[in-house]
Design a protein around this ligand. Structure first.
Ligand code: GLN
Length: 195
């Protein structure tokens, strides 16, 4: 059983926690640095990246999360969580982690349609995965070690950079747990490596 933290400053926290528990793993709501102790993986949920970035700074969580990353702990950012993980955020200087070698653009699927659903085919995960996009970012460019896992309308919406996984959409808002299972696979591979 893996122990997975979910950053719980703001946003879609409880849905992630419920799905982690549904898959038989332990979920921890992370609000302070102490909550990071002993976790094997970390999910950064969707919400509002500007608010979460400021709260990460105010709650002194940026450095402790970065040092967990240095230890190889897998991290998964969904929507605003992807923005927090990204190395660069286009036209923005909000406090963030900058761990995943991608550049993202916020709110990049048009203003008229704030949210929509689309079926994605993700070769390494499965077909007909419903992706819920809510004022979603997309990945504008990726570093050379980054694996592009899914695109939608020619925009990168799911990618993996070694221990980091990031998606533009909200997998936790559907009953389909395949992307979470993929992330938990990354976490269980990490647990197996002697530390
Ligand atoms: N538009 C939000 C942001 O830039 C992200 C939206 C979301 O997480 N659903 O932070």
């Amino acid at each position: 059983m893996a122990k997975i933290g979910v950053l719980a400053l703001q946003g879609a926290v409880k849905e992630h926690i419920q799905q982690i528990e549904l898959l038989g793993h332990e979920a921890v709501a992370v609000k302070t640095c102490g909550d990071l102790l002993g976790i094997d993986g970390l999910i950064l949920p969707g919400g509002e990246s500007t608010t979460m970035g400021k709260m990460l700074e105010r709650n002194d969580l940026l450095d402790p999360i970065m040092s967990l990353a240095q230890q190889g702990v897998p991290m998964f950012g969904t929507c605003a969580g992807l923005i927090l993980l990204a190395r660069k955020i286009k036209d923005s200087n909000i406090p963030h982690l900058g761990l995943m070698d991608v550049e993202v653009e916020r709110n990049s699927f048009g203003r008229q349609v704030d949210s929509f659903e689309a079926p994605l085919s993700i070769p390494s995960i499965g077909n007909e995965i419903t992706a819920v996009f809510i004022r979603a970012p997309h990945i504008v460019s990726v570093g050379k070690h980054v694996e592009i896992l899914a695109t939608y309308e020619k925009r990168i919406v799911l990618a993996r950079d070694g221990q980091f996984l990031g998606c533009s959409f909200h997998p936790e808002l559907t009953d389909d747990v395949r992307i979470l299972e993929y992330f938990i696979g990354m976490v269980t591979d990490f647990i197996k490596v002697p530390r």
